[in-house]
Design a protein around this ligand. Structure first.
Ligand code: GLU
Length: 464
């Protein structure tokens, strides 16, 4: 069985790049009938870690990811790590190092001055003498000093490191005996039965160290998949300046979880030319071996395009439900079908649509100045008045076409072109020159409200 994990540090929110890693891990496990585990890497962080985990779970819920089993907190596993530190010490695979901070600093400075890689020099590796007084030791693991370390990476292929370029006897427990990052990750992945480690390639340099721990403890190595980073359009690592990094911000901005997941799966992975992937298709088609070897580019226009696609393809009932978190409650609105049809193709995001709906339903609070000048040239006010009279007399107004009919009647009677009614009416109804079809707006707000809005704008016009 394939078991993958997502192992975030508790930052208090789910990072968009993290969600992509989680998605890849999730898809790979689930398409194989496996398990996807959530582990919070909180040994170094003193925060409210449960709250941080909840933020991740909340974001997972929004996008439809679910982890299997309980959440594991590294902070709750200190006894386990301690046991393995003791074991390695006993077996002579790790040792106490009494180098003082001053000594370490001097070593580093000398190496830097000699343009050498800074590394521990193995001073206490085979030490049998009396330890210096007053120095609390750290625990270091014996690492190979020569030879090659080969990662058979599922994305990058064979990655070869020379031990002397990358390893030294690194610290696995600090002066206070708290275990270090690479040590606990390797132990957890092994004990939790993780078969496939899918993570960002910013961790590639950690992998040789983790492999040293696997080797020392006699654990079987998992498969590694190091996913290239997401870059901005300047080829730099994605940062806050490139847009939202917190997944829940995307919800706030009005993106649908389907669009976001579709966007993320395509950041670095592809299947022919296909752009649109439902979760079912992702599960069917995804394989980490098809992930690109180079970084992917974050392109917000692509996300907008996908979001518009998903919005357009929603049923009105789905759309109404999706709009509820944006303060749009349409359950009892008798023209909600016309309203939803009118806005469906117009907004890139749910938030845009919610704004548009609010604009339609509330009479304009202000009128665009340019629009007023343009809309009320010549006898436009007369045309608008005439339209209001015709509308007032009309009965049985339900559909946009019923209102359209009255607009036509008016321009025929007044012998003017369509713009002469369209422009002033648009200003009356919406206060600006853009927006959805006027006949739709009128059918949504109804005859009385249409007349009210016309009256309100006519009152504002300077008398001739
Ligand atoms: N905790 C690490 C991070 O948040 C992930 C470690 C891993 O996936 O191995 O970047």
């Amino acid at each position: 069985m394939i078991v993958t994990r997502f192992a975030p540090s508790p930052t208090g929110y789910l990072h968009i790049g993290g969600l992509r890693t989680a998605l890849f891990s999730y898809l790979w496990a689930k398409k194989n009938g496996g398990k996807f585990i959530l582990r919070i890497e909180d040994t170094d962080v003193s925060r409210n870690n449960e709250e941080a985990a909840l933020a991740i779970v909340k974001a997972f819920e929004w996008v439809g990811l679910k982890h299997d089993g309980e959440i594991t907190y590294q902070s709750g596993r200190m006894d386990i790590y301690k046991k393995y530190i003791d074991q390695l010490l006993k077996e002579g695979k790790a040792y106490k190092c009494y180098m003082s901070k001053v000594e370490l600093d001097t070593l580093r400075e000398t190496q830097m001055a000699n343009k050498e890689r800074t590394r521990y020099n193995g001073k206490y590796r085979d030490f049998t003498g009396t330890p210096p007084e007053g120095v609390e030791p750290v625990i270091r693991i014996k690492s190979p000093e020569t030879g090659t370390i080969v990662i058979n990476d599922g994305i990058k292929g064979e990655v070869v490191f020379q031990a002397e370029d990358i390893l030294d006897d690194f610290v696995i427990a600090r002066f206070d005996m708290s275990p270090t990052y690479n040590f606990v990750v390797a132990i957890d992945d092994a004990l939790m039965g993780i078969t496939d480690v899918v993570r960002g390639d910013d961790h590639l340099m950690n992998t040789p160290k983790q492999m040293v721990v696997y080797e020392a403890l006699g654990f079987d190595l998992p498969k590694f998949f190091h996913v290239p980073m997401i870059h901005n359009s300047n080829g730099k690592k994605l940062s806050k300046r490139d847009g939202a990094t917190d997944v829940m911000m995307y919800k706030e901005m009005g993106y649908t979880p389907e669009a976001l997941m579709n966007f993320l799966v395509r950041l670095g992975w592809s299947h022919g030319d296909q752009e649109i992937f439902s979760m079912e298709e992702m599960l069917e088609l995804f394989s980490p071996s098809d992930i690109n070897k180079s970084a992917s580019i974050y392109n917000p226009e692509k996300l907008d395009w996908l979001n518009a696609h998903y919005l357009k393809n929603m049923t009105n009932a789905e759309l109404a439900l999706a709009l509820e978190p944006y303060d749009i409650i349409l359950t009892s609105h008798d023209k909600k079908e016309i309203l939803l049809d009118a806005v469906k193709e117009r907004g890139k995001t749910l938030k845009d649509m919610a704004e548009l709906i609010k604009e339609i339903l509330a009479s304009p609070s202000e009128y665009d100045e340019k629009g007023m000048k343009k809309g009320f040239k010549g006898n436009a006010d007369e045309v608008l008045k005439s339209f209001a009279e015709n509308l007032n007399l009309a009965k049985e107004l339900h559909l946009p076409s019923d209102y359209h009919h009255i607009m036509e009647e008016t321009i025929t009677k007044m012998e003017v072109g369509f713009g002469k009614i369209g422009q002033p009416l648009r200003m009356a109804l919406l206060g600006k020159m853009s927006g959805p079809g006027l006949d739709e707006v009128m059918a949504i707000i109804g005859k009385d409200e249409t007349l009210n809005r016309i009256e309100a704008i006519l009152e504002k016009l300077p008398s001739k």
